[in-house]
Write a protein that binds this ligand. Sequence first.
Ligand SMILES: Nc1nc2c(c(=O)[nH]1)N[C@H]1C(S)=C(S)[C@@H](COP(=O)(O)OP(=O)(O)OC[C@H]3O[C@@H](n4cnc5c(=O)[nH]c(N)nc54)[C@H](O)[C@@H]3O)O[C@H]1N2
Ligand SMILES: Nc1nc2c(c(=O)[nH]1)N[C@H]1C(S)=C(S)[C@@H](COP(=O)(O)OP(=O)(O)OC[C@H]3O[C@@H](n4cnc5c(=O)[nH]c(N)nc54)[C@H](O)[C@@H]3O)O[C@H]1N2
Ligand code: SF4
Ligand SMILES: [Mo]
Length: 683
Amino acid sequence: MNQDSVIVRGACPHDCPDTCALLTTVDNGRAVRVQGNPDHRHTGGVLCTKVSRYAERTHHPERVLHPLRRTGPKGSGQFERISWEAALEEIARRLGAIAERDPEAIVPYSYAGTMGQVQGEGMAARFFHRLGASLLDRTICASAGGEALMQTLGGKMGMKVEHFAEARLIVIWGSNSIGSNLHFWKLAQQAKRDGARLVCIDPRRTETADKCHEHIALRPGTDAALALALMHELVVNDWLDHDYIARHTLGWDALRERALKWPPERAAAVCDVPVQQIRDLAQAYGTTRPAAIRLNYGMQRVRGGGNAARAIACLPALVGAWRHRAGGLLLSSSGQFPVQKQALHRPDLLAGKTPRTINMSTIGDALLSDASPTFGPRIEAVVVYNSNPVAVAPESGKVVRGFAREDLFTVVLEHFLTDTADHADIVLPATTQLEHWDVHASYGHTDVLLNRPAIAPLGQSRTNTEIFRQLARRMGFDDPCFAEDDLTLCRTAFGDTIDFQQLLDTGWVTLPVPEAPFADGGFPTPSGRCEFHSARLAAQGLDPLPDYLPNAEPAATHPAYPLAMISPPARNFLNSSFVNVQSLRDIEGQPVLEMHADDAAPRGLRSGQMVRVFNDRGEYRCVVDISTRARPGVVNGLGIWWRKLGPAGTNVNEVTSQRLTDLGRAPTFYDCHVQVAAAEATG
Ligand SMILES: Nc1nc2c(c(=O)[nH]1)N[C@H]1C(S)=C(S)[C@@H](COP(=O)(O)OP(=O)(O)OC[C@H]3O[C@@H](n4cnc5c(=O)[nH]c(N)nc54)[C@H](O)[C@@H]3O)O[C@H]1N2
Ligand SMILES: Nc1nc2c(c(=O)[nH]1)N[C@H]1C(S)=C(S)[C@@H](COP(=O)(O)OP(=O)(O)OC[C@H]3O[C@@H](n4cnc5c(=O)[nH]c(N)nc54)[C@H](O)[C@@H]3O)O[C@H]1N2
Ligand code: SF4
Ligand SMILES: [Mo]
């Protein structure tokens, strides 16, 4: 370490449950190393491979460091450098002209490129509220499962992650923890060493499944059938906690009746797994204390994903697992953070207006929609930040056509020329986590983390907040909230609910949440109970009880696309982030489709061969890997590659659909049918 070296404390900004505490070593104004903070107990000094390359990503030679204006056709990636003055003037003028006609023709598009409360929606929400722009329904990841938890448990909350280490049975359900929840995996391994049994429920034989005692490789989208069969066995063997059920649940008689329609044989046929596996899991779950379920979002990206998450969320109450702090379930802890949304996002700036809402998961259709009484005005402008919709949103064919509209004015705040930025009229250079302040909640633990800037903004990059402050000024928005600086926003995010001085001093604050949140009931539902039966769902005309809803695809009526496709994350990318980091792309190699030998043989495919993966919506190319990681009838298309870095300029979302889930209006990425055939190895 040289004399001018300093170490700066920060937080990982990425969309990952672990929200690690970072230590960045800065040498003469340059970030040279990013490491995990050993003093933060959830991080334990360990980062994933991706973020340990964060310095490489930050100082990447292709960082966008100046405002750019498009010179070529949309999507061509041809730009000229312009000044901030020119960029902001043009954006304010064009958005202003549209807003004068109808501000709802302007749509913000953002997700979790950074999960920071400040660089996320901190200043952006204020800006769009004051403008009266369309609202965005941020559904692309978690809203089916989130809605399921809300309806069943009353909120996005559950076990404290640290207590998994004490569990005797851990069911890892729809989660490749080694790839996407590394710090939970460390706890699961600790439990395993202490004698706990680990069961993985996943259609793909992931690296996590490899290391569990049991892997239940069910068909995608059949989790609710499995959960109902588990309930069946709990009933017929009387592995129930009758006292807990009587005191803390609602609707057991009705749920019991439904569960009794699901003998293990029926579920085994639906899930295509051995019936004994279901019986064994039921016995283990019914007789082991404490039993913990780590549910993750991988199982809710199908038509019936909301019902499936609801069915699973009922299980811990049936066996009284919540009584023990190492029993119960964790999908997300985000609902436990007291984020001061009114103060931070200032919905009052809407001044009584209720703009229409655009669902981000159907942005393709939305961009191609004409004005109509139901849809509202045609979309004339999109401002994208913290997201890469052209790569990550379903049915890319339509998303690309939408963003390619010559009459659409698109502004993208980015670090890189992503597939989305290539479609921008104006690209604005944004700072990375190493260059700005922020404050973070987590969806995997219950600490608030502070992120301090480690280095000055590179080139002419500016923070998202500063960009929206400047735009507000140019649009004549004079509310004093548009002058607040980032440290003020950091304080506002949690207000008086946490000790901000402690956050400044140590870098994190642990929320005072209960050790076992539902040990004595107290569910934050309308009834105060775990709601097997939901009156709120009934009032919406929906089934008040969880049920199994089959996937929409593949349908027997559509024999042309017989393979089910799921597209879970690649371990060394984070959604579409890091795909352009060479050292990580080298590890991933090429876009891969895993296929079982039984499916490869009739198609005459060999490992390493270039294939076409296609359906009515589109086609993409990748390399086939004939592998036992895939189960028969299901192919796994890994990771969200940048289209322009994949073969033929396409990625996996060419074939996914814009169909939405049963609850939460979420996408159904893993409810997708395809056909696969050999392709010539060009393109
Ligand atoms: N390395 C890495 N980490 C990540 C991400 C990443 O892209 N890369 N993404 C981050 C994001 S945005 C999120 S939302 C989180 C969580 O993201 P998730 O989408 O939950 O990702 P995974 O933990 O990989 O778990 C998904 C697992 O669910 C499995 N699965 C697919 N369909 C089904 C099904 O129908 N039933 C069941 N039981 N399993 C199914 C997949 O095979 C996969 O192994 O991870 C975050 N962490
Ligand atoms: N087929 C398929 N599609 C999927 C999924 C899947 O499993 N399969 N997963 C889905 C899920 S779970 C999710 S969460 C979505 C994720 O989709 P997105 O939230 O769009 O995530 P990323 O692809 O990581 O893109 C984030 C972008 O934000 C930028 N960014 C990061 N920090 C900042 C910042 O401070 N300022 C600005 N201006 N930009 C920043 C990054 O450079 C990056 O390009 O994708 C979904 N799409
Ligand atoms: S992506 Fe997740 S595991 Fe990796 S450093 Fe960030 S929070 Fe930690
Ligand atoms: Mo996500």
